[in-house]
Design a protein around this ligand. Structure first.
Ligand code: PHB
Length: 390
């Protein structure tokens, strides 16, 4: 009798604790964040991780009664790794959301997993237009290259630039930048003398820049992914291209705030178009920059950080709205159509395309208080991705 009671008590205790475990699991909301924390794109990982942690520190880690857990994985920007990690996170960890995606090939590799597992995938960095069409579960908080490129192609011919050579990284976002800049620039009466493409991995810009020097266009239009801009700028300066009268223009990836301040005076006067500058003069951005820098040894947040920060907001708000009920589809539904003020300015997640609609700013690199900044001088409001076919 005594023994039976003991066994019964033991069984009851086990049931309680496993029941407790199941309950604890139910009360956790998992975000699987896959980023390049190592390799050529490591600055993107560092920026987005810092921004995601800042968002959580500012907004708490309990949302709709659930404990938000961030599971960070490093894919080193190798798409096969991104895919394997996403599979593990979806199947083993049963994450509620997948997020991150430092480069386009990573996002495309994960898209089928998002679809099959019905897990929303919040793309915080990758920016090829077609990504959102690769899965109905993708929502994007970064930008698209067509979105960033066309404004510059309108600005350039009105500002003395009639001939251009384009130089882009030879993959999705670079091809988008090349096409959308070129088409609009030609439409506006400009001439593209030559279109050059450099490899994504370990590019050597020297021979390409030499060619540009020989062609002597009014301007060189550049797209390289975040992290590669400083190398372009250095070689542009070393070859005396600015002194030869060739202007450097591009999407804001080339004057990336993560590196800009170390680029030196060769960057002064470079005009770019983009969705975010650390120097954006809104109160919301000033607060974001101050708190980001305080938490990260004065690191300047760049456009990648803002994509990560806003991505976390989209996830948090969707969780609040659904109370965590209804699974991936309900969560996805609550992400669509969100509209709010980001550090970059007002943004909108278009419910039809699941892509971000936002202002694109024209900016010029200027020195203020001894530091280099992308200073905005014009804005094109509420730009939808021009690359969408439907
Ligand atoms: C991309 O791979 O989609 C990508 C990466 C870095 C950028 C822009 C686009 O700065």
């Amino acid at each position: 009798m005594h023994k039976r009671t003991f066994i019964q008590a033991a069984v009851a205790a086990t049931m309680l604790s496993t029941g407790g475990l199941a309950l604890a699991q139910d009360n956790v909301f998992k975000i699987g964040l896959i980023l390049p924390m190592t390799g050529q794109q490591a600055s993107t990982g560092r920026q987005i991780e810092a921004a995601a942690r800042l968002y959580m520190a500012q907004n708490g880690d309990t949302v709709a009664g659930k404990k938000v857990q961030l599971i960070l994985k490093d894919d080193g920007s190798v798409p096969a790794n991104t895919r394997r990690l996403a599979q593990e996170l979806a199947v083993n960890d049963k994450v509620n959301v997948l997020a991150g995606m430092g480069i386009t090939p990573s996002a495309l590799a994960v898209a089928p997993i998002a679809t099959q597992s019905k897990t929303p995938l919040v793309v915080m960095a990758a920016a090829t237009s077609s990504i959102t069409e690769a899965s109905p579960f993708i929502v994007r908080t970064s930008f698209t290259l067509p979105q960033a490129s066309v404004g510059l192609a309108d600005w350039a011919p009105k500002n003395g630039i009639k001939t251009v050579v384009t130089l882009v990284s030879d993959y999705g976002p670079g091809l988008d930048a090349e096409k959308y800049f070129k088409d609009r620039f030609l439409f506006n009466g400009g001439k593209v003398v030559e279109s050059l493409r450099v490899p994504l991995m370990s590019p050597d810009f020297a021979p390409f820049l030499q060619k540009v020097r020989d062609l002597k266009p009014d301007a060189l239009f550049v797209f390289v992914p975040s992290g590669a801009g400083a190398a372009v700028m250095k070689q542009f300066g070393e070859r005396g291209m600015d002194k030869a009268g060739i202007k450097l223009i591009g999407t804001g990836d080339v004057t990336d705030d993560d590196q800009l301040n170390d680029m030196g005076d060769v960057a002064l006067g470079v005009v770019t178009s983009h969705h975010y500058s650390t120097f954006h003069p809104s109160p919301a951005n000033k607060k974001f920059v101050a708190e980001f820098q305080k938490a990260n040894k004065n690191l300047r947040p760049n456009f990648m950080a803002v994509g990560g920060y806003d991505g976390m907001r989209v996830i948090y708000e969707a969780l609040k709205k659904t109370g965590g009920k209804g699974g991936g589809e309900a969560l996805l539904g609550a992400m669509k159509g969100q509209i709010f003020e980001s550090p970059r300015g007002p943004i909108f997640i278009d419910a039809q395309t699941r892509d971000v609609v936002q202002n694109i700013y024209l900016r010029k690199v200027e020195k203020k208080d001894g530091q280099l900044w992308n200073v905005e001088f014009d804005v094109i409001k509420d730009v939808k991705d021009p690359g969408k076919t439907k």
